[in-house]
Write a protein that binds this ligand. Structure first.
Ligand code: PEP
Length: 239
């Protein structure tokens, strides 16, 4: 079960260090089988190889080792921190930062070439959701254009855009339908859900057969709350 926190543009280098320290202390005292990941901003990246339990990953990178890409970071910068886990395709990058499917696919190919673990995000806008499951799946499959889904270090995060940061999660039935449809084509790939996951809805989401974990934004910003999410996820998989 993957339990991952995406900090987005939140936390500083100092507060991230405190957060990881708190999480490590908690995980020392609470052995569990969750694959715990934290994706801080690039300026707050910590040496991933120095955390015993938490996998530190990157929210973003440019698909190049180094070079003339003003404002971006490449493999050289991530390697300095031993980063081996990345997010690709988050809707905030696709929509707000205008990342095309072509660029997303280039980033994916580059991450794969480097052997990084990928959490590949997909999700539909509200207007598509309103047209029903068929329209949602058609939209989501397009987001796999140029993506090698046979990559063994891939996890997919289904994150309906309208559920991200809104406090309104998708319904468990809707999540179940989408994850099962994805599972029918991607049997070997862990499937995560993201979109207003909280201590109140996490258990019912991770209890779904096709759900292999969660990617959380807001609910993961506070270390103590994120620890609660880990406990809930662990208990749900014991049942
Ligand atoms: C996210 O951005 O990946 C996310 C799921 O955010 P939130 O949990 O705040 O909806």
């Amino acid at each position: 079960m993957i339990v991952a926190a995406n900090f987005k543009t939140n936390h500083t280098r100092a507060s991230t260090a405190n957060y990881i320290e708190a999480l490590e202390l908690f995980l020392d005292a609470y052995p569990n089988s969750c694959d715990v990941r934290v994706y801080p901003p690039a300026t707050a990246l910590l040496r991933a190889d120095l955390s015993a339990h938490v996998k530190v990953g990157a929210q973003n990178f440019y698909p190049a080792i180094s070079g003339a890409y003003t404002g971006e970071i490449g493999a050289e910068q991530l390697n300095e921190f031993e980063i081996k886990s990345v997010l690709i395709g988050h809707s905030e990058r696709r929509v707000t930062l205008k990342e095309s499917q072509e660029l997303v696919a280039q980033k994916y190919a580059f991450a794969k070439e480097n052997g990084w673990e990928i959490v590949y995000c997909i999700g539909e806008p509200k207007a598509v959701r309103e047209r029903g499951l068929g329209a949602v799946m058609e939209y989501l499959w397009f987001q796999f254009e140029g993506i090698d889904t046979n990559y063994e270090k891939l996890s997919i995060a289904y994150e309906p855009i309208w559920a991200i940061g809104t406090g309104v999660s998708a319904g468990v039935k809707d999540i179940a339908e989408v994850l099962s449809a994805l599972k029918s084509e991607l049997a070997q790939t862990p499937l995560l859900y993201g979109g207003s996951v909280s201590v109140d809805n996490l258990s019912s989401i991770v209890s779904l057969d096709s759900c292999g974990g969660v990617l959380v934004g807001s609910a993961g910003l506070d270390a103590a709350n994120f620890c609660k999410l880990i406990q809930i996820a662990q208990n749900a998989q014991k049942r």
